[in-house]
Design a protein around this ligand. Structure first.
Ligand SMILES: [Zn+2]
Length: 280
């Protein structure tokens, strides 16, 4: 079975502040190290459970999705790095994969939890898919489900795993830290966090072949509320999305993959100067 491991940074053990997640932050080295440690734990777990091939995605937008050093990755895995990518944090995922694992993830915009946000913390308030507000976990899980790939592991803080329980009912949930606020947490030591991730990945991959994810219906309805009204005006003007509120647009897409592409464009359209694709 081919396994796809998407690794973000905000949900890794020890990470609580932008100084650790932003390449200009004084503690950024801590963040990028935590990512690859937890990625390798998931890779090990996937192979423990019989994976034939593991692809890892560097899915943190802080450095243009170029945070993990390739040489530090388990040599059995391949790394997707850099941006832009049409499918963002799960680019390259297709129906040849048997499981998606989300490592180091975080809660959505507007919810408690360490460093909560939805894809681009500067632009996006709420993203709604078919009437339900989702964050990065829900968005990625729905795109994966539309390709027939179940999400079998989500790791992060305790509030992130609670969010994931709704979005990914089949996933193993691994808590590596307990949120004490948006910028504070009680954390497992990396050794214990990685051991829990390895076990969770193995358990998830072992069950994956028996899981059929519930695919979203078609067409898909997206509603995107921005942090600024100008963003909604721009998305409506440039993409033909319908302005449904002063700060929100809505549009319909034929599939979840097309919905994702349109969402990415809408996020970017308002301020291209922000550069590479959506953030993680
Ligand atoms: Zn991130």
């Amino acid at each position: 079975m081919k396994v796809y491991v998407s690794v973000d940074m905000e949900g890794c053990a020890g990470i609580v502040h932008r100084e650790q997640t932003d390449p200009k932050g004084f503690d950024y080295e801590l963040g990028r190290s935590a990512m690859v440690l937890e990625a390798n734990a998931a890779v090990q777990g996937a192979f423990d459970a019989g994976a034939s091939e593991v692809v890892v995605s560097d899915s943190h937008g802080g450095n243009g999705m170029r945070n993990m050093r390739l040489a530090d990755l388990d040599p059995r895995a391949q790394l997707i790095t850099g941006s832009p990518r049409p499918l963002g944090q799960i680019d390259g995922l297709d129906d040849s994969f048997g499981a998606l694992l989300l490592v180091g993830y975080h809660t959505r915009h507007g919810r408690a939890g360490v460093l909560s946000h939805t894809t681009n913390g500067q632009a996006v308030a709420n993203l709604t898919v078919d009437g339900r507000i989702v964050g990065e976990i829900g968005l990625n899980a729905r795109v994966a489900a539309s390709l027939g790939v179940p999400t079998m592991l989500v790791t992060g803080d305790d509030l992130t795993t609670a969010e994931a329980a709704h979005d990914c009912p089949d996933a193993e949930l691994v808590i590596v830290k307990w949120a004490l606020g948006r910028y504070a947490a009680r954390c497992l030591h990396p050794t214990l966090a990685c051991e829990a991730i390895r076990r969770g990945a193995a358990a998830g991959v072992a069950r994956a072949s028996g899981v059929t994810p519930e695919a979203p219906g078609a067409p898909v309805e997206i509603r995107l509320q921005f942090k600024e009204t100008g963003s909604a005006e721009s998305a409506a003007r440039q993409l033909g999305a319908t302005l449904v509120d002063d700060d929100a647009v809505a549009f319909e897409a034929a599939s979840m993959v097309e919905a994702y592409a349109a969402y990415s464009l809408a996020v970017e359209s308002w301020q291209p100067a922000w550069g590479a694709w959506i953030k993680g």
